[in-house]
Design a protein around this ligand. Structure first.
Ligand code: MRU
Length: 348
Protein backbone atom coordinates (compact mmCIF):
# COMPACT_ATOMS: atom_id res chain seq x y z
CA UNK A 1 0.00 0.00 0.00
CA UNK A 2 1.29 3.46 -0.91
CA UNK A 3 1.45 5.56 2.24
CA UNK A 4 0.88 9.16 1.27
CA UNK A 5 0.68 10.64 4.75
CA UNK A 6 0.76 9.13 8.22
CA UNK A 7 0.89 10.07 11.85
CA UNK A 8 4.09 9.09 13.68
CA UNK A 9 5.57 9.73 17.12
CA UNK A 10 7.97 12.25 15.56
CA UNK A 11 5.37 14.19 13.56
CA UNK A 12 3.51 13.92 10.26
CA UNK A 13 5.29 11.72 7.73
CA UNK A 14 4.75 12.20 4.00
CA UNK A 15 6.20 10.89 0.77
CA UNK A 16 7.70 13.90 -1.05
CA UNK A 17 5.54 14.01 -4.19
CA UNK A 18 7.73 16.70 -5.75
CA UNK A 19 10.50 14.14 -6.22
CA UNK A 20 8.48 11.26 -7.63
CA UNK A 21 8.98 9.18 -9.70
CA UNK A 22 12.78 9.48 -9.63
CA UNK A 23 13.18 9.49 -5.87
CA UNK A 24 11.06 7.87 -3.13
CA UNK A 25 11.82 9.99 -0.13
CA UNK A 26 9.81 10.38 3.08
CA UNK A 27 9.90 13.59 5.08
CA UNK A 28 8.72 14.15 8.64
CA UNK A 29 7.16 17.50 9.55
CA UNK A 30 7.44 18.38 13.21
CA UNK A 31 5.12 21.36 13.65
CA UNK A 32 1.80 22.65 12.36
CA UNK A 33 3.61 25.43 10.45
CA UNK A 34 5.82 22.86 8.72
CA UNK A 35 2.81 20.78 7.68
CA UNK A 36 1.11 23.92 6.32
CA UNK A 37 4.24 24.73 4.33
CA UNK A 38 4.36 21.16 2.97
CA UNK A 39 0.78 21.52 1.71
CA UNK A 40 1.58 24.87 0.06
CA UNK A 41 4.74 23.53 -1.56
CA UNK A 42 2.91 20.40 -2.85
CA UNK A 43 4.97 17.85 -0.94
CA UNK A 44 1.46 16.51 -0.44
CA UNK A 45 -1.36 17.37 -2.82
CA UNK A 46 -4.75 16.10 -3.95
CA UNK A 47 -7.92 17.22 -2.18
CA UNK A 48 -8.49 14.31 0.26
CA UNK A 49 -4.75 14.06 1.10
CA UNK A 50 -4.69 17.79 1.84
CA UNK A 51 -7.65 17.35 4.22
CA UNK A 52 -6.03 14.45 6.08
CA UNK A 53 -2.69 16.30 6.30
CA UNK A 54 -4.35 19.46 7.59
CA UNK A 55 -6.13 17.52 10.34
CA UNK A 56 -2.85 15.91 11.38
CA UNK A 57 -1.09 19.28 11.28
CA UNK A 58 -3.69 20.77 13.62
CA UNK A 59 -3.39 17.83 16.00
CA UNK A 60 0.39 18.21 15.96
CA UNK A 61 0.19 21.95 16.64
CA UNK A 62 -2.11 21.60 19.63
CA UNK A 63 -0.04 18.72 21.00
CA UNK A 64 2.94 21.08 21.14
CA UNK A 65 1.00 24.04 22.58
CA UNK A 66 2.45 25.08 25.94
CA UNK A 67 -0.51 26.75 27.68
CA UNK A 68 -2.19 24.64 30.33
CA UNK A 69 -5.73 26.07 30.28
CA UNK A 70 -8.44 25.22 27.77
CA UNK A 71 -8.66 28.94 26.89
CA UNK A 72 -4.93 29.09 26.04
CA UNK A 73 -5.25 25.96 23.98
CA UNK A 74 -8.23 27.34 22.11
CA UNK A 75 -6.30 30.48 21.22
CA UNK A 76 -3.42 28.42 19.83
CA UNK A 77 -5.83 26.11 18.02
CA UNK A 78 -7.55 29.08 16.33
CA UNK A 79 -4.16 30.34 15.19
CA UNK A 80 -3.27 26.92 13.72
CA UNK A 81 -6.65 26.72 11.94
CA UNK A 82 -5.98 30.13 10.47
CA UNK A 83 -2.57 29.29 9.01
CA UNK A 84 -3.85 25.97 7.73
CA UNK A 85 -6.83 27.61 5.99
CA UNK A 86 -4.46 29.86 4.03
CA UNK A 87 -2.51 27.04 2.38
CA UNK A 88 -4.59 26.17 -0.71
CA UNK A 89 -7.96 27.74 -1.57
CA UNK A 90 -9.68 25.37 -4.02
CA UNK A 91 -9.76 21.90 -2.43
CA UNK A 92 -12.73 22.08 -0.08
CA UNK A 93 -11.53 19.01 1.84
CA UNK A 94 -9.05 21.34 3.56
CA UNK A 95 -11.86 23.46 5.03
CA UNK A 96 -13.98 20.39 5.70
CA UNK A 97 -11.14 18.84 7.76
CA UNK A 98 -10.51 22.07 9.68
CA UNK A 99 -14.22 22.25 10.53
CA UNK A 100 -14.22 18.58 11.67
CA UNK A 101 -11.31 19.34 14.00
CA UNK A 102 -13.04 22.49 15.31
CA UNK A 103 -16.18 20.49 15.95
CA UNK A 104 -14.20 17.86 17.88
CA UNK A 105 -12.62 20.61 19.98
CA UNK A 106 -16.10 22.00 20.79
CA UNK A 107 -17.47 18.56 21.68
CA UNK A 108 -14.54 17.69 23.95
CA UNK A 109 -14.78 21.03 25.68
CA UNK A 110 -18.54 20.70 26.14
CA UNK A 111 -17.96 17.27 27.68
CA UNK A 112 -15.73 18.91 30.31
CA UNK A 113 -12.35 17.77 28.95
CA UNK A 114 -9.23 19.60 30.18
CA UNK A 115 -6.48 20.82 27.81
CA UNK A 116 -4.55 17.52 27.94
CA UNK A 117 -7.67 15.50 27.12
CA UNK A 118 -8.59 17.84 24.24
CA UNK A 119 -5.11 17.33 22.74
CA UNK A 120 -5.61 13.55 22.89
CA UNK A 121 -9.08 13.89 21.36
CA UNK A 122 -7.72 15.95 18.46
CA UNK A 123 -5.05 13.34 17.70
CA UNK A 124 -7.76 10.70 17.77
CA UNK A 125 -9.94 12.77 15.40
CA UNK A 126 -7.07 13.25 12.91
CA UNK A 127 -6.42 9.52 12.92
CA UNK A 128 -10.12 8.86 12.44
CA UNK A 129 -10.20 11.21 9.43
CA UNK A 130 -7.22 9.27 8.02
CA UNK A 131 -8.94 5.88 8.45
CA UNK A 132 -12.25 7.14 7.10
CA UNK A 133 -10.51 8.49 4.02
CA UNK A 134 -9.08 5.07 3.23
CA UNK A 135 -12.44 3.41 3.78
CA UNK A 136 -14.27 6.00 1.69
CA UNK A 137 -11.95 5.45 -1.29
CA UNK A 138 -12.61 1.72 -1.02
CA UNK A 139 -16.40 2.30 -0.99
CA UNK A 140 -16.17 4.76 -3.88
CA UNK A 141 -14.05 2.26 -5.80
CA UNK A 142 -16.69 -0.45 -5.37
CA UNK A 143 -19.51 1.84 -6.59
CA UNK A 144 -17.46 3.21 -9.48
CA UNK A 145 -16.02 -0.15 -10.47
CA UNK A 146 -19.54 -1.24 -11.47
CA UNK A 147 -19.68 1.50 -14.13
CA UNK A 148 -16.50 0.36 -15.85
CA UNK A 149 -17.03 -2.25 -18.57
CA UNK A 150 -14.77 -5.29 -18.71
CA UNK A 151 -11.83 -4.95 -21.07
CA UNK A 152 -11.90 -1.18 -21.15
CA UNK A 153 -9.55 1.77 -21.29
CA UNK A 154 -10.08 4.70 -18.96
CA UNK A 155 -8.64 8.14 -19.60
CA UNK A 156 -7.75 10.14 -16.51
CA UNK A 157 -6.32 13.59 -15.88
CA UNK A 158 -3.95 14.64 -13.10
CA UNK A 159 -3.47 12.24 -10.19
CA UNK A 160 -6.53 11.24 -8.24
CA UNK A 161 -4.96 8.07 -6.91
CA UNK A 162 -3.49 6.78 -3.66
CA UNK A 163 -1.16 9.78 -3.67
CA UNK A 164 -4.09 12.21 -3.71
CA UNK A 165 -5.71 10.56 -0.68
CA UNK A 166 -4.51 9.08 2.61
CA UNK A 167 -3.14 6.18 0.53
CA UNK A 168 -4.24 2.76 -0.76
CA UNK A 169 -6.98 3.20 -3.42
CA UNK A 170 -7.57 6.84 -4.39
CA UNK A 171 -10.64 8.39 -6.02
CA UNK A 172 -10.53 8.25 -9.85
CA UNK A 173 -7.87 5.54 -9.63
CA UNK A 174 -9.94 3.99 -6.83
CA UNK A 175 -12.61 3.40 -9.47
CA UNK A 176 -10.01 1.75 -11.72
CA UNK A 177 -8.80 -0.38 -8.79
CA UNK A 178 -12.41 -1.20 -7.87
CA UNK A 179 -13.01 -2.48 -11.42
CA UNK A 180 -9.80 -4.50 -11.34
CA UNK A 181 -10.64 -5.98 -7.95
CA UNK A 182 -14.05 -6.95 -9.32
CA UNK A 183 -12.18 -9.09 -11.89
CA UNK A 184 -12.36 -6.70 -14.85
CA UNK A 185 -9.53 -6.01 -17.27
CA UNK A 186 -8.85 -2.31 -17.29
CA UNK A 187 -6.09 -0.13 -18.71
CA UNK A 188 -5.45 3.57 -18.18
CA UNK A 189 -4.41 6.41 -20.45
CA UNK A 190 -2.94 9.17 -18.29
CA UNK A 191 -2.76 12.78 -19.43
CA UNK A 192 0.64 14.13 -18.40
CA UNK A 193 -1.10 17.17 -16.84
CA UNK A 194 0.93 20.30 -17.41
CA UNK A 195 2.34 22.19 -15.62
CA UNK A 196 3.01 20.10 -12.50
CA UNK A 197 2.91 16.77 -14.38
CA UNK A 198 0.88 14.85 -11.80
CA UNK A 199 -0.23 12.44 -14.56
CA UNK A 200 3.17 11.64 -16.05
CA UNK A 201 4.95 11.54 -12.69
CA UNK A 202 2.44 10.32 -10.12
CA UNK A 203 -0.39 8.45 -11.87
CA UNK A 204 2.10 6.56 -14.03
CA UNK A 205 4.25 5.76 -10.98
CA UNK A 206 1.49 4.39 -8.80
CA UNK A 207 -0.23 2.41 -11.57
CA UNK A 208 3.04 0.85 -12.62
CA UNK A 209 3.66 -0.16 -9.02
CA UNK A 210 0.21 -1.73 -8.97
CA UNK A 211 0.77 -3.47 -12.32
CA UNK A 212 -2.20 -1.75 -13.95
CA UNK A 213 -1.40 -1.10 -17.63
CA UNK A 214 -0.84 2.63 -18.13
CA UNK A 215 0.07 4.75 -21.16
CA UNK A 216 1.10 8.37 -20.72
CA UNK A 217 0.07 10.94 -23.32
CA UNK A 218 0.65 14.68 -23.45
CA UNK A 219 -2.48 16.71 -22.74
CA UNK A 220 -2.91 17.75 -26.37
CA UNK A 221 -3.21 14.09 -27.50
CA UNK A 222 -6.50 13.41 -25.67
CA UNK A 223 -8.75 14.42 -28.59
CA UNK A 224 -6.79 12.29 -31.02
CA UNK A 225 -6.96 9.11 -28.91
CA UNK A 226 -10.69 9.63 -28.32
CA UNK A 227 -11.29 10.03 -32.06
CA UNK A 228 -9.39 6.81 -32.66
CA UNK A 229 -11.90 5.00 -30.42
CA UNK A 230 -9.30 4.11 -27.82
CA UNK A 231 -11.17 5.47 -24.78
CA UNK A 232 -14.23 3.81 -23.21
CA UNK A 233 -14.76 6.34 -20.46
CA UNK A 234 -13.11 9.22 -18.64
CA UNK A 235 -12.77 9.20 -14.84
CA UNK A 236 -11.34 12.20 -13.00
CA UNK A 237 -11.17 13.32 -9.39
CA UNK A 238 -12.42 16.61 -7.96
CA UNK A 239 -11.21 19.38 -5.69
CA UNK A 240 -14.62 20.91 -5.10
CA UNK A 241 -18.08 20.05 -6.42
CA UNK A 242 -20.80 22.72 -6.27
CA UNK A 243 -24.42 21.86 -5.40
CA UNK A 244 -25.37 21.70 -9.11
CA UNK A 245 -22.56 19.25 -10.01
CA UNK A 246 -20.16 21.83 -11.48
CA UNK A 247 -16.75 20.38 -10.70
CA UNK A 248 -13.42 22.09 -10.04
CA UNK A 249 -10.55 19.80 -10.91
CA UNK A 250 -7.00 20.14 -12.20
CA UNK A 251 -6.57 22.62 -15.04
CA UNK A 252 -7.28 20.89 -18.36
CA UNK A 253 -10.16 18.76 -17.05
CA UNK A 254 -12.78 20.99 -18.69
CA UNK A 255 -11.06 20.51 -22.05
CA UNK A 256 -11.21 16.71 -21.60
CA UNK A 257 -14.92 16.88 -20.68
CA UNK A 258 -15.76 18.85 -23.83
CA UNK A 259 -13.82 16.35 -25.94
CA UNK A 260 -15.60 13.43 -24.24
CA UNK A 261 -18.97 14.97 -25.10
CA UNK A 262 -17.93 15.40 -28.74
CA UNK A 263 -17.04 11.71 -28.91
CA UNK A 264 -19.98 10.37 -26.86
CA UNK A 265 -17.68 9.03 -24.16
CA UNK A 266 -19.08 8.98 -20.60
CA UNK A 267 -17.27 11.48 -18.35
CA UNK A 268 -17.32 10.50 -14.66
CA UNK A 269 -16.20 12.44 -11.58
CA UNK A 270 -15.08 10.42 -8.54
CA UNK A 271 -14.85 12.07 -5.12
CA UNK A 272 -15.89 11.49 -1.51
CA UNK A 273 -18.85 13.51 -0.20
CA UNK A 274 -16.33 15.64 1.75
CA UNK A 275 -15.47 17.20 -1.65
CA UNK A 276 -19.06 18.33 -2.24
CA UNK A 277 -19.70 21.94 -1.22
CA UNK A 278 -23.47 22.40 -0.97
CA UNK A 279 -22.96 26.00 0.18
CA UNK A 280 -22.04 26.97 -3.39
CA UNK A 281 -24.94 26.89 -5.84
CA UNK A 282 -22.73 26.78 -8.94
CA UNK A 283 -19.11 26.32 -9.92
CA UNK A 284 -18.74 30.04 -10.71
CA UNK A 285 -18.37 30.60 -6.97
CA UNK A 286 -15.44 28.17 -6.52
CA UNK A 287 -12.18 30.02 -5.76
CA UNK A 288 -9.50 29.10 -8.29
CA UNK A 289 -5.93 29.02 -7.06
CA UNK A 290 -3.36 30.91 -9.12
CA UNK A 291 0.06 29.33 -8.64
CA UNK A 292 3.62 30.50 -9.17
CA UNK A 293 4.51 31.39 -12.78
CA UNK A 294 7.67 29.34 -12.38
CA UNK A 295 5.61 26.13 -12.64
CA UNK A 296 4.85 27.15 -16.24
CA UNK A 297 8.14 28.72 -17.26
CA UNK A 298 10.33 25.94 -15.83
CA UNK A 299 10.50 22.19 -15.45
CA UNK A 300 12.45 21.78 -12.24
CA UNK A 301 15.58 23.89 -12.84
CA UNK A 302 15.20 24.02 -16.62
CA UNK A 303 13.83 27.28 -18.07
CA UNK A 304 11.40 26.75 -21.00
CA UNK A 305 9.97 30.22 -21.62
CA UNK A 306 11.87 33.47 -22.12
CA UNK A 307 12.72 35.48 -19.04
CA UNK A 308 10.21 38.24 -18.27
CA UNK A 309 7.37 36.73 -20.36
CA UNK A 310 3.88 37.17 -18.95
CA UNK A 311 2.41 33.91 -17.60
CA UNK A 312 -0.97 32.70 -16.31
CA UNK A 313 -1.14 29.68 -14.03
CA UNK A 314 -4.69 28.91 -12.85
CA UNK A 315 -4.34 25.53 -11.12
CA UNK A 316 -7.95 24.40 -11.65
CA UNK A 317 -10.86 24.79 -14.04
CA UNK A 318 -14.56 24.12 -13.62
CA UNK A 319 -16.40 21.51 -15.68
CA UNK A 320 -20.13 22.24 -15.94
CA UNK A 321 -22.29 19.55 -14.34
CA UNK A 322 -24.11 19.07 -17.65
CA UNK A 323 -20.97 17.44 -19.08
CA UNK A 324 -20.75 14.95 -16.20
CA UNK A 325 -22.49 11.59 -16.74
CA UNK A 326 -22.30 10.63 -13.05
CA UNK A 327 -20.60 11.64 -9.82
CA UNK A 328 -19.25 8.60 -8.00
CA UNK A 329 -19.04 9.12 -4.25
CA UNK A 330 -18.36 6.97 -1.19
CA UNK A 331 -22.13 6.94 -0.53
CA UNK A 332 -23.22 5.92 -4.02
CA UNK A 333 -23.52 7.27 -7.54
CA UNK A 334 -25.26 10.60 -8.20
CA UNK A 335 -26.90 11.17 -11.58
CA UNK A 336 -28.31 14.39 -13.05
CA UNK A 337 -30.06 16.52 -11.96
CA UNK A 338 -27.29 16.93 -9.38
CA UNK A 339 -28.96 19.58 -7.27
CA UNK A 340 -31.27 16.84 -5.98
CA UNK A 341 -29.10 13.75 -6.19
CA UNK A 342 -26.01 15.27 -4.53
CA UNK A 343 -28.00 16.77 -1.67
CA UNK A 344 -29.61 13.40 -1.04
CA UNK A 345 -26.22 11.66 -0.85
CA UNK A 346 -24.56 14.32 1.30
CA UNK A 347 -27.41 14.83 3.74
CA UNK A 348 -28.35 11.14 3.77
O1 MRU B 1 -2.89 20.75 -7.40
P1 MRU B 1 -3.19 19.36 -6.93
O2 MRU B 1 -2.25 18.32 -7.40
O3 MRU B 1 -3.44 19.32 -5.45
O4 MRU B 1 -4.56 19.11 -7.63
C1 MRU B 1 -5.50 18.32 -7.10
C2 MRU B 1 -5.60 17.10 -7.83
O5 MRU B 1 -4.85 16.20 -7.58
C3 MRU B 1 -6.57 16.92 -8.86
O6 MRU B 1 -7.25 18.00 -9.29
C4 MRU B 1 -7.35 15.68 -8.60
O7 MRU B 1 -7.86 15.24 -9.76
C5 MRU B 1 -8.42 15.85 -7.56
S1 MRU B 1 -7.89 15.45 -5.97
C6 MRU B 1 -8.26 13.75 -5.82
Amino acid sequence: MIKTVEWSDEGVRMIDQRLLPTEEKYLTFRSCEEVAEAIKAMVVRGAPAIGVSAAMGLALGTMQAVGTSVEDLEQDFDYFCDIMSKTRPTAVNLFWAIERMRERFRRSRAAGADAEQIKKDLIEEAQLIFREDIESSRALGRFGGELIPDNSTVLTHCNAGALATAGDYGTALGVVRGARDAGKRVAVIADETRPFLQGARLTAWELQKDEIPVTVITDNMAGHVMKQGKIDCVVVGADRIAANGDTANKIGTYMVAVLAKQHNIPFYVAAPVSTVDLSLATGDLIPIEERDAREVTHIREQRLAPEGVSVANPAFDVTPGELVAAIITDRGVARPPYTESLRKLVEG
